[in-house]
Write a protein of this length. Structure first.
Length: 503
């Protein structure tokens, strides 16, 4: 930097240009002992991306009259606005960061840009030697067209989108438990209705359908002398995607897990049980080079009964998840990754009613269900990187309503055993907190809070369930099924295998 010192009268005409540079180690100055008469052009070339909020460029000991007609700032990005101040015989160049207003940014990119703007305009980025300030200052070397991916890598939208993933993954527990209750509801009936429970019935001494039973047991109940206890296990896996909405990027998901339980007959027509499980899921957002892994433990309790032909089944569950995240960060002065960890708890209450009917040899069950899911995620602070984020705890509540129909039919196999193909089609309506958001800030930079939004949950979804059950002897049943979840922005494909043993 150069300081120009003159004495006397400085007069610049409209044809004149005064050039004062801003560089890495400082800026040029013009110091006058005397009077200045200003016009023409002030040119301020910027040769650095480390910017201050203001620069005292021109001073005069006596009067300053006139103003510069034109200000040019080559090298300064277009999202930094400028203004000249002529107070107290000093000409000062003031800078204001407005990258959040840059066209072509998503809402998430604009939100984190607003946080950087606030930090710059408050002077927080002027702290020399601060790693966060150095990293964020390097953004100002980017043109407007280069801004979006840099801000996207800072947005932390993985934390918001992971909330949708955790809520959506709750379907595995609900579906598995309700399927088990359906087996129990229909496992001791006779005739075609047995197929809705996977063909589990032992037909010895069993009454038909819902005809009167003089034994005093519920209609269709088979007291076959077993203890009434059953153990079962279901292994499941799924993969799919949730489309981006023009703001949050698309998420690819996969999950595998197991749920095992034990249940007992409470009376001729009622059952209750408990289940434990574990799952591991992965989420990847290629659009912002981010990923998350969740290891989850599951506990559930459930019960079901038959009320004059209407099957009522329901349960409660709690899933504790240990979530680990990784974000790729790409800035001119910082290419690294930031790792985070937080705990999440998902509480679900769910229920379903169905009415089994026979049409010749085919069993049909119209059904309706309701579920409520409450997700709580803890706060977190990412690993010590210059652009690491900290986040607040968040809560989401989502409800689900389902209407559908199931059909099934038993086929006796040569040599024993019963093969039961089955299918179900349903419509699911979701309501509540379908658009997740997370409040974040730069961990080493106070006052930089912003909100990142994630991929939304689908409001209307078609559910398809196609499967086969095989009864092996009188006490064991194995089954496999495919479950598809299809919406305008969501596609999920799940496979489940179940084994139950009654003793």
């Amino acid at each position: 930097p150069i300081t120009h010192l003159l004495s006397g009268i400085y007069s610049q005409t409209e044809a004149g240009t005064l050039s004062l540079r801003v560089g890495e180690t400082g800026h040029d100055r013009f110091g006058l002992t005397g009077t200045a008469r200003l016009a023409g052009t002030l040119e301020v070339p910027f040769q650095t991306s480390t910017l201050a909020t203001s620069y005292d460029l021109f001073t005069a000991s006596d009067e300053i009259t006139g103003t510069f007609n034109t200000l040019t700032t080559p090298g300064l990005p277009g999202y930094v606005t400028t203004a000249l101040d002529y107070a107290d015989n000093v000409v000062t160049l003031d800078l204001t960061s407005q990258m959040a207003l840059q066209t072509g940014l998503t809402a998430n990119q604009s939100a984190v840009g607003g946080a950087v703007d606030a930090a710059f305009n408050s002077g927080a980025l002027a702290t020399a030697g601060n790693a966060t300030a150095d990293a964020l200052n390097s953004i100002y070397s980017l043109s407007g067209s280069q801004l979006a991916p840099a801000l996207g890598s800072l947005s932390g939208e993985i934390y918001a989108s992971q909330r949708s993933v955790l809520l959506n993954d709750g379907r595995f527990t609900r579906q598995t438990v309700l399927d088990r209750l359906r087996q129990l509801n229909y496992g001791n009936t006779a005739g075609p209705l047995t197929s809705l429970g996977g063909g589990q019935a032992d037909t010895s001494g069993l009454v038909t359908g819902y005809d009167a039973d003089t034994s005093g047991n519920a209609p269709g109940f088979n007291d076959n002398g077993s203890s009434g206890f059953s153990v079962w296990g279901t292994g499941y896996g799924g993969w799919g995607s949730i489309d981006g909405d023009g703001n949050a990027s698309s998420v690819d998901t996969s999950l595998g897990g197991i749920l095992t339980g034990i249940d007992a007959r409470l009376d001729p027509n009622s059952y209750a049980g408990v289940a434990l499980g574990y799952s591991h899921s992965n989420s990847t957002i290629d659009g912002v080079n981010s990923s998350a892994d969740a290891d989850s433990g599951i506990i559930a309790a459930y019960a079901g009964t038959n009320l004059e032909g209407v099957n009522v089944r329901g349960g409660v569950s709690y899933t504790f998840s240990d979530v680990n995240t990784s974000r790729g960060i790409e800035l001119p002065a910082l290419v690294t990754s930031a790792d985070g960890q937080f705990n999440a708890g998902l509480t679900q209450i769910f229920g379903e009613i169905g009415y089994g009917m026979e049409f010749q040899e085919v069993a049909v069950e119209p059904f309706a269900g309701l579920a409520w899911a409450h997700l709580n995620t803890d706060g977190f602070t990412e690993s010590s990187t210059a652009a690491g984020l900290t986040g607040d705890s968040q809560v989401s509540d989502v409800g689900y309503g389902t209407l559908g129909i199931r059909i099934a039919k038993d086929f006796a196999m040569q040599g024993g055993g019963i093969l039961t193909p089955r299918a179900a089609l349903a419509w699911q309506y979701a309501f509540g907190d379908l658009n997740p958001g997370t409040t974040l800030s730069f961990a080493a930079l106070g006052g930089s809070a912003f909100t990142a939004s994630g991929v939304p949950l689908s409001e209307n979804t078609a559910l398809i369930d196609i499967g086969l059950d095989l009864q092996i002897g009188t006490s064991m049943t194995a089954g496999i099924s495919y479950v598809g979840q299809f919406a305008s922005e969501t596609r999920q494909n799940d496979v489940r295998g179940t084994l139950s043993w009654r003793f």
